[in-house]
Design a protein. Structure first.
Lengths: 412, 412, 402
């Protein structure tokens, strides 16, 4: 970074004014007997984005905090951050190369879709049963392993989509069985602290599954063949618009997309559409949503919440398994593969608001973008990649500090 | 193979017969083996080494053991953790009462555990720990068969300098005690040859390299050097190929994990034309012993060839057995004296330790790192030149002494 | 009589542990001592985590992170802060009562670079002595760093729901692991930060000299720390704070309504247990001689949690006993065994059984194996006493009178 002092001064300025803004604004609203629920947050954002120039009028005017007030200053903060970065490091490839930026964004979107799918499973479980599953990463890993063993070992030559369906079926069944066997005590008050119990017992499951797979299959990296191999093709003849090769699509000579990933993202979107159809158009889906909204009321109308719990946990695990099943053609697979995606899913559902389904999906896409930005833009190449697992955590910390309910969350 | 068994057996029995009256060893003689057998260690490497060491022990026992005693191998799991390495070394010495230790994969484990062995006077012949400091400390009881990290780096740098038209190199290294010093030394070597280089370090658990790869592409390198082990290297190579900067697009070196052909082609289907560093005799120069070991190893593991670390592990046990036989005792000091004078015709070639107590680095006028170091583990660069090729058939393209074929330069 | 059994067993156990290194004379002495030291280390972590989770209701996954913070603080001090009897002239240094406090410049994992202290050693006259900071000081600093981070994290998440605490502390460990791995120039990353022995010059106890690598002094240091930890944890559990904590755990809203400052008490426990973990880290780091970021992987935290759960979350002593038994068990399960001619590689399978044991204990033995056993004994004792009482006074009870 060329002018790192400048960049860090701007960051310091934003933090200081953010802190002042949070305190002062809340004070102003409190003294005038106004609604203070969002005052601190808006104060932080206005302070960080504009410094005293926005804070002073806010302090004296204390306008009603509409949605515009709650959202717009954050874009200001983001804008200021980007501007400071661009000015302080003009030689950075993120700043100087538009094609690099487009490529990164495209890649972030594709990965984000798949992250979203996986996190959606976790959010679904939370919205129905109210627990966070610590074995989510292991279902992701198993999904991939099933596809590998089916396509490469057991039934080579069969359509890989069949293997994906088998992975879904297996993860659904394992999840549902586990829920019946180990999670039932949390519904009827047989355990004192259901949330903690469920965290520990799913953690135990994660441990068990990970080493079971290692014991059965060994610890060598495996990988399934790409589901689709593209023919070499270019259009027009000089390839200025689109060039495809076996594993890659190049658009306008600037955006490079790997086909296994694109394929995975496409399957994710199809699965998402199917899930939406299931949740909104079928009786089972409606019943699930009813349980998520109000357990008692749902029970009164004749929905058996026990079946819904099982269905929700199985479906959640299945979504993780599906994410793994479509990604095993893009990444090498190991029994430990699930750990980092699981952590990422945690961050995503907190970011989106625990238990919010749209939040999980939007959070997933945001997370894809954040990781792409982190890996692509951090100036020091020896650190950019080393800190990959940490970018999400920085976001998690900020969310917990500023808005613990997440983007779409209900009241905590 | 049978004849070799007989010769070994004859040689051993003869030594045994001569030494028999002076026998003071407790039967069975126990030799320890260090290998990472669970995560976070490199399990692939550990399992290969364990298989190789077991073959060595079986051969020794088939030939009547050592000093008239059967030999027992105690393989311990280092988990790739230095603290664990110390604990298991202690266990080998005080619990299992081993007389010498072979094997060893992770340099950090070797560095952490060697002092314990040296303090208690138990000879160690390290197989696959590359860090220069293992031998540079000049400890009486520490020997090594693996190449020095600095020598491998020099080969990399010289090879890169020999590639036509290379001006700008990107080095991708794992952030471990293997990757960091090796990448640093490679960078220095390249600098001396007038080639600029950028180092990207990554966490070993990294699965998704897309952000980093886009960034590397923006650097417009003429060549990429990987200093990475395990599935991270597979993931990187395949994803680079999908992004159009793979081994088929510009000269790229894959690390030695790529030598395991079956796993390589499964994980990196687009990895043709990759260059790999290989330790051990080139296939053309295989001794009878190498061929026999490889046959036994292939039969035992179902792999298609023996990796260099398997060969080193095998030799580390065999060289210890021969030293014990020659010393006529299992006493540490006697075994060290025998090792210093040894000439062992092994899988890796003829093993000697010419820089030793009688010929110190000062006397020989060489750097301290050559102490108790097998001076000539042939380090070569081979290249996959056909899709699905076995690494044993891949031609040696560098250095010229061992060359068996011409390199195919993808960028020309 | 049965009621006092646990106490008697406890006293016996402590006496056994105190005498063991003097009485044991097996050929594998060092190895057995090593197993005990490791077991104490895990027992400290598991029992303090049990207080945090069982009493405080805070299911933190950051306990190993606090341990690592302590170990790394001590390790950094050990490597980069040196007391010297002579000025170096090359390092940053502060004069201090006739000796010098030297700050050594980190050189990372490069094999060739020479730090300022090594440069100075080259030109120093004979007889210059250097030493690290006193162990107690580095324990204090390590515990302070652990406690400080505990306070920060406590402040950040204790107001939130349980799931958030778990998620955030997992993340905190991960961020710390990534940072330690990446900042190689300072921490030496995966290569590990070497640490000097607990008694670098050896130590003389009752006229017997023990070298720096002798196990016996370390055994007593770790055992002392373990017993001290138990004393602190038990007195904390029996104090007002313990009472409030239990109140909090049963019904947080009610406790708050009754005027218990919930966040304050939760945070106190968080900080205290973080400090205990950090102290254990300092001693363990000096004992093992090296510390790496891999101590922060989730598997290690899983071990501590499982030990506490299987021992019994509601009872710190039970958790500690559970930890000792499991750490021995995991070690003995490492040996491969052969079943139907197939060699079973136990290094993986033992963890499978371990995960299964954790799940089954949680599901069916809610109080853990050890604590559950103690409760069962107590119930039997109460039952026996009641029966005895009733027999002694046959007329008083109406049922028996009939």
């Amino acid at each position: 970074m060329e002018h790192s002092l400048f960049f860090w001064s701007v960051m310091g300025w934003m933090v200081v004014w953010g802190a002042i803004g949070g305190t002062v604004t809340r004070h102003a609203y409190f003294m005038r007997d106004l609604d203070v629920t969002d005052a601190r947050r808006v104060g932080v954002a206005v302070g960080a984005a504009t410094g005293p120039f926005g804070l002073i009028p806010l302090y004296f005017k204390t306008p009603k905090l509409t949605r515009l007030w709650k959202v717009a200053p954050w874009f200001g903060v983001l804008g200021l951050f980007v501007l400071a970065f661009a000015l302080s490091d003009p030689g950075n490839v993120c700043v100087s190369s538009g094609s690099f930026l487009t490529s990164q964004i495209a890649n972030g979107l594709i990965m984000g879709t798949i992250y979203g799918l996986m996190a959606l499973g976790l959010a679904l479980i939370f919205s129905i049963i109210g627990i966070v599953s610590f074995s989510h990463g292991e279902f992701y890993m198993i999904g991939g392993m099933v596809v590998y063993y089916v396509t490469a070992v057991l039934l080579p030559g069969w359509n890989p989509l069949l293997a994906v369906l088998m992975a879904c079926a297996l993860t659904f069944c394992v999840g549902a069985l586990f829920e019946r066997a180990f999670l039932t005590p949390i519904y009827d008050g047989r355990v004192e602290r259901p949330i903690e119990y469920s965290i520990l017992v799913t953690f135990g499951l994660a441990f068990f599954l990970q080493y079971l797979v290692q014991g059965l299959g060994g610890a060598n990296p495996v990988k399934a063949d790409a589901f689709i191999e593209l023919p070499r093709w270019r259009w027009p003849a000089d390839g200025s618009v689109i060039v495809t090769s076996r594993a890659n699509i190049t658009l306008f000579d600037t955006i490079f997309v790997s086909t296994p990933r694109l394929m995975a993202a496409v399957v994710s979107i199809l699965a998402l559409a199917a899930l939406i159809w299931f949740l909104f158009r079928t009786w089972w889906g409606k019943a699930l949503r009813a349980v998520a909204q109000d357990r008692q009321a749902a029970a009164v109308t004749g929905i058996d919440p026990r079946i819904m719990n099982m269905l929700a946990f199985g479906l959640g695990c299945m979504l993780a398994g599906l994410a793994g099943a479509v990604l095993v053609q893009a990444f090498s697979w190991l029994p430990q593969t699930g750990t980092i995606p699981a952590l990422r899913s945690f961050v995503i559902i907190v970011l989106g608001g625990l238990g919010s389904l749209p939040g999980a999906f939007v959070g997933g896409i945001l997370m894809g973008m954040i990781e792409a930005a982190g890996a692509g833009c951090i100036p020091d190449p020896t650190r950019a990649a080393s800190y990959l697992p940490a970018y999400g955590m920085v976001v998690l910390t900020l969310v917990l500090l500023l808005k613990p309910t997440g983007l779409f969350g209900r009241k905590a | 193979m049978k004849t070799r068994f007989l010769t070994t057996a004859a040689a051993l029995t003869m030594t045994t017969a001569l030494a028999a009256p002076a026998l003071a060893a407790d039967c069975p003689i126990r030799i320890g083996g260090l290998a990472p057998l669970s995560a976070p260690g490199s399990v692939t490497g550990g399992e290969a080494m364990r298989a190789a060491m077991r073959i060595a022990i079986d051969e020794i026992n088939a030939g009547g053991g050592v000093l008239g005693c059967p030999v027992e191998l105690v393989v311990v799991d280092t988990e790739g953790l230095p603290e664990r390495g110390r604990a298991v070394m202690e266990r080998l010495i005080t619990q299992d009462r081993v007389v010498a230790v072979g094997g060893g994969y992770h340099s950090s484990v070797g560095l952490a555990s060697k002092n314990i062995a040296n303090d208690t006077g138990i000879p160690v012949v390290f197989a696959e720990t590359w860090n220069d400091r293992i031998t540079a400390d000049q400890q009486r009881f520490i020997f090594r068969l693996a190449p020095l990290s600095s020598e491998v780096a020099a080969i990399y740098a010289n090879f890169a300098a020999s590639v036509p038209g290379v001006q700008n190199v990107v080095i991708v290294a794992e952030n471990t005690d293997y990757g960091l010093p090796a990448s640093d030394m490679t960078r220095q070597g390249l600098e001396a040859a007038g080639i600029t280089s950028t180092i990207y370090t990554v966490d070993i658990g990294t699965q998704d390299f897309s952000g980093i790869i886009q960034r590397i592409r923006a650097d417009k390198p003429d060549m990429i050097i990987q200093v990475m082990t395990g599935e991270a290297a597979y993931n990187f190579t395949q994803q680079a190929a999908e992004a159009g900067i793979g081994p088929g697009d510009l000269p790229m070196t894959c690390d030695q994990n790529a030598l395991e052909s079956a796993a390589y082609w499964q994980n990196v289907p687009d990895g043709n034309l990759c260059f790999m560093n290989r330790v051990g005799l080139p296939t053309a120069l295989y001794t009878e012993r190498t061929t026999a070991f490889e046959a036994a190893y292939v039969a035992a593991t179902g792999k298609d060839a023996a990796e260099s670390y398997a060969m080193e592990a095998y030799d580390s046990i065999m060289v210890i057995a021969q030293a014990i036989a020659e010393a006529g005792s299992t006493d540490g000091n006697a075994v060290v004296d025998a090792l210093e004078a040894i000439t062992y015709h092994g899988v890796l070639g003829t093993i000697t330790f010419p820089i030793n107590t009688n010929n110190t680095p000062e006397q020989a006028g060489v750097e301290a790192k050559w102490w108790h170091q097998f001076p000539d583990p042939a380090i070569t660069v081979v290249q996959y030149q056909e899709q699905g090729q076995s690494s044993t058939n891949a031609p040696v393209v560098y250095p010229p002494v061992y060359q068996t074929g011409d390199a195919i330069w993808p960028h020309q | 009589m049965i009621r006092s059994l646990p106490n008697a067993l406890g006293a016996l156990g402590v006496a056994f542990l105190l005498g063991f290194p003097l009485l044991y004379a097996g050929g594998n002495y060092d190895y057995v001592m090593h197993l005990w030291i490791t077991a104490f280390f895990y027992a400290i972590l598991a029992s303090s985590w049990a207080l945090l989770a069982g009493y405080g209701g805070q299911f933190s996954f950051g306990h190993m992170a606090f341990m690592a913070l302590g170990a790394y603080s001590a390790g950094l001090l050990d490597n980069y802060v040196v007391l010297s009897s002579h000025a170096t002239g090359t390092c940053t240094e502060i004069g201090l009562f006739g000796s010098w406090l030297v700050l050594v410049d980190p050189t990372g994992v490069s094999t060739s670079a020479v730090n300022c202290l090594q440069q100075a050693r080259g030109v120093w006259p004979e007889g210059v002595t250097t030493s690290r900071l006193p162990l107690l000081l580095s324990i204090l600093i390590g515990a302070g760093v652990g406690g400080g981070f505990g306070w920060l994290i406590g402040t950040l998440v204790l107001r939130l729901r349980a799931a958030y605490l778990a998620l955030f502390t997992v993340g905190f460990s991960e961020i710390l692991r990534a940072a330690i791995s990446a900042e190689v120039w300072l921490t030496r990353g995966q290569a590990g930060l070497p640490m000097s022995p607990i008694f670098p010059e050896g130590v003389t106890i009752f006229g017997t000299f023990y070298a720096s690598n002798a196990k016996l002094p370390v055994y007593y240091v770790m055992l002392g720390l373990f017993l001290l930890t138990l004393v602190i944890l038990i007195s904390l559990a029996r104090s007002r704070i313990g009472l409030f904590l239990r109140a909090l755990r049963e019904d947080e809203d009610a406790a708050e309504a009754l005027g218990v400052d919930t966040v304050k008490y939760k945070r106190t426990v968080f900080v205290v247990t973080a400090m205990i973990a950090a102290t254990a880290g300092v001693v363990q780091g000096h004992y093992v001689g090296i510390i790496t970021p891999n101590t922060l992987i989730l598997l290690q935290m899983a071990l501590v949690i499982a030990m506490a759960v299987i021992g019994g979350l509601e009872n710190v002593v039970a958790a500690a006993v559970g930890a000792i038994i499991i750490s021995f068990g995991l070690e003995f399960l490492r040996n491969d065994f052969i079943i139907f001619g197939e060699r079973v590689d136990m290094s993986t399978w033992r963890l499978v059984f371990f995960g299964l044991l954790l799940m089954l204990t949680l599901r069916f033995l809610r109080n853990g194996v050890i604590h559950g056993g103690l409760l069962w004994l107590e119930r039997r004792a109460v039952g026996a006493e009641t029966v005895a009482k009733r027999r002694a006074t046959p007329k008083s009870g109406t049922e028996e009178a009939k």
